[in-house]
Write a protein that binds this ligand. Sequence first.
Ligand code: COA
Length: 260
Amino acid sequence: MKFQNILSETDNGITTITINRPSKLNALNRETIQELHDAFEIAENSPKTKVIILTGSGEKAFVAGADISEFADFSIEEGSKLAAKGQELLFDFVANLSKPVIAAVNGFALGGGLELAMAAHFRIASDNAKMGLPEVSLGVIPGYGGTQRLPQLVGKGRAMEMIMTAGMIDANQALQYGLVNHVTTPEELLDFAEKLAGKIMRNSSVAIASAIRAINANFEDGENGFQVEIEKFGNCFGTEDFKEGTQAFLQKRKAEFPGD
Ligand code: COA
């Protein structure tokens, strides 16, 4: 599929999706959100993709937010629709993918940009990254899941402060907050993400998909995460990957997971 606003490349099991509007600091306009949805859907369904890395093009930004020029004159109804559609099409979609998504935050991750990074399964950042949810400085609040995912990741008090002050934190503060898992130099960021992807790919993709589902269940309304864990744990016993993983351990060899 040909994209206008993003790049998507698959190599050795890793699909790297790059938001590619550097002149607008990779701001998320309507087309970019749709293209990201399409690229993630293709990766989710492709047997060639085991792990997805999401990053931004250029040296300055991961994503500097939702495209402000698109919603500046919206009505109440249009504003609600914007948030609902975006959450469904991209942010919840990414969070619920069965394949691991690593956000490699390479610069500004603001507003919708930080919300997109937070929808990924985990985040790493380069030491020049700056993160924040500045929406209240525009007279609006985060609408792509930010008021929910930020407190889940950093705790309620820190999220309240970040959202109320509309301030930015740097990569080291984000590391200290647990918002990102690792900080690298800008040059090392993608290599480091690929190294992590390599470690993930040695394991059972079926088990990983179940783990993502069980972990996410903890954050879903009306779901009992412990119950989901029990079901998913039990289901693993019926997979070829489980047979291979346990046999390989007992035979003191490296597992070659069939992925089903
Ligand atoms: N929506 C639309 N366009 C955006 C954008 C956004 N969220 N963020 C940046 N851009 C555009 C700028 O309008 C500018 O376009 P132009 O050259 O056509 O005027 C271009 O990207 C470069 O941005 P600029 O502001 O000139 O870069 P800077 O280095 O001076 O500042 C930021 C960088 C990130 C501090 C600043 O761009 C900013 O505050 N962006 C908005 C962040 C935000 O509030 N996001 C939440 C949205 S809900």
